[in-house]
Design a protein. Structure first.
Length: 333
């Protein structure tokens, strides 16, 4: 048997013996276990902590380490985390998402700052009249529909397809709830929304230059044409250009990154209120309509480099997505 010295000693040994009893040879796993034990001992922490800020740095201790080695280390700690979770060892357990062979998370999201989100909404709300006759045909309700679509995306984390498929009767205006009955993986669900967003949707309906009562869906650019993905993308990219929002690599920020931003900020808020990472992920997974916690983890996974960038962008979030629409117009519910 090997010698361990960290507070995790007994649990690491139990985990190793569990793998052996399951028929695994686990020689490489034993090496990672020993390395993690030595790493944890160096932190001089007496308590059992398996949080993100403890686990992730272990993967990148050696900058010259091959990505295959980092993947192996991540795999062992992922299994150990699941073992801890199944045995109720501690409450807050960080389960490492899968890492690709390119050395990056499977998703490299762009996390928008509050200033960037506000800039996108303000651009659409004050869309320049001089551009109304541009090369892209602007129908009577286009900007009105695109603007409310973007606001729903930012403040709910819904998928673009889910928003475009909303019907007026999917909105419970009295109880501030959106019912999603057309969703990826057929994952029907209810989403609570703020009073401000409910009022914004009401304003969209009031400002639509034709009656929506006889229409099947919520978002239309004119009386006969529904809002399409191409409409939303066109004005979204114009808003990005106007606000000079871009990234150095991994391509342009996407509409789908509103969903990633929502996931990161939601988890941050849930952690502040509850502190149980697994419970927080469960809540968020149900809200986003994910099939599994693993799918949700991919949404909030950040590489060390991206973590610093995102942490800086999150610094001015006094509360979760507060004030996106400006001043006292947005409530904090």
């Amino acid at each position: 048997m090997f010698e361990l010295m960290s507070p995790w000693k007994e649990h690491l040994i139990d985990f190793y013996e569990h793998k052996i009893h399951c028929g695994y040879k686990y020689e490489k796993g034993l090496i990672v276990i020993s390395l993690f034990d030595r790493y944890y001992s160096s932190l001089n922490i007496d308590d059992l902590v398996f949080s993100r800020d403890i686990v992730e740095p272990f993967l990148y201790l050696d900058s010259n380490e091959r990505i295959g080695t980092q993947i192996s280390k991540a795999s062992v700690l992922r299994q150990f985390g699941k073992y801890l979770f199944s045995h109720n060892v501690i409450e807050n357990i960080y389960i490492i998402p899968s890492i690709s062979r390119k050395g990056e998370a499977e998703y490299i999201p762009y996390i928008y700052s509050k200033k960037e989100l506000t800039g996108i909404v303000n651009y659409l709300e004050n869309y320049p009249e001089s551009d109304f006759l541009g090369k892209y045909k602007l129908l009577p309700n286009t900007i009105n529909a695109v603007t409310i679509c973007i606001k729903i995306l930012i403040t709910t984390g819904m998928r673009l397809g889910e928003v475009l498929n909303l019907r007026t009767d999917n909105i419970n205006f009295n109880n501030n709830i959106i019912y999603i009955d057309i969703a990826k993986n057929d994952n029907k669900r209810m989403i609570p929304i703020s009073q401000t967003l409910t009022d914004e949707i009401r304003n969209y309906i009031v400002n639509t230059p034709f009656v929506l009562d006889n229409h099947e869906h919520l978002l239309y650019i004119d009386v006969d044409n529904r809002l399409k993905e191409s409409n939303v993308h066109y004005y979204f990219y114009k808003a990005l250009k106007h606000n000079k929002i871009k990234r150095k690599k991994h391509g342009s920020p996407r509409i789908h990154d509103f969903r990633h931003t929502f996931a990161v900020m939601s988890l941050t808020q849930l952690q502040k209120n509850d502190g149980n990472i697994n419970l927080s992920l469960s809540y968020l997974s149900a809200y986003l309509g994910h099939k599994s916690l693993h799918e949700t983890q991919k949404y909030v996974w950040l590489t060390p480099i991206l973590f610093e960038e995102t942490k800086n962008k999150m610094a001015d979030y006094s509360s979760f997505i507060t004030d996106i629409f400006g001043g006292d117009k947005f409530d904090e519910d």
